[in-house]
Design a protein around this ligand. Sequence first.
Ligand SMILES: NC(=O)CC[C@H](N)C(=O)O
Length: 261
Amino acid sequence: MCGQCGLILGQKRRTRKELETLSSIFTNLLLLNEARGRDATGIYMGNKDGSGQILKDAVPANFFVKSARFRELMSSFDNSISVFVGHTRWRTVGTPTVSFNNHPIEADFFVGTHNGTILNHKELFFRYNWKRSGQVDSEAIFRMADVSLGNNKLLNMESFTGGLREFIGTMSFIMQNKYDPASLYIGIGNMPLHFLFHKKFRCYCYSSDPAMLVHATGNMPDWKIVELPKRKLYQFDVPTLKLRKSISMLFCSSRAYQSLV
Ligand SMILES: NC(=O)CC[C@H](N)C(=O)O
């Protein structure tokens, strides 16, 4: 498994109370997601201008959220922040004692989280001769994104999904190009990822497990379910929260692969 959770914050001047509510929803989501992975916990808090901070540690979420560094980071949450990307890791490849193997993972341009396992990660790194900072299989997704930029430094979604066709395994991921902070890319492959939307907060809230979303948002009726079909890559415009583009995202699932070998 592994848990992914986060917030996508559209342009809005939020009151202190709203920021506090959203901060506690995100913290609760991390805590609930501990059940999906206890090897490490990490977050990316992204600013509208593309600057962002990663905090991660090889501890379960309940230790992580009590740390002074997490509390300090959350207390700096203000109206300049546009995304929270969280992850609770159940490692498949790469020891959690090496920080780079834990999520969020930072490549040259992209930072993101992944749920799933890329079975042919070694072959992909060898074939493309990509730089490799850790051992975790997930790094392959973000390296593929790095090499799929157009001349304008924006992600070419067609070339990225074209590259993903060579991937074998399981995946859903969330990632952001540090040079294009107005976009958030969400790839929903064959691992679960669920979304709620709150009109007044102008916010999406996501998590791998729908029950955790309902629980963390206090089962409030103002949070509406947003269905995003699987096997697609989505580009969201963060300030407006509009879906800018979606294209099909195909790769060889572990199950299909196992039936071949
Ligand atoms: N369980 C998962 O989804 C793990 C993600 C990734 N394969 C890792 O090892 O970190």
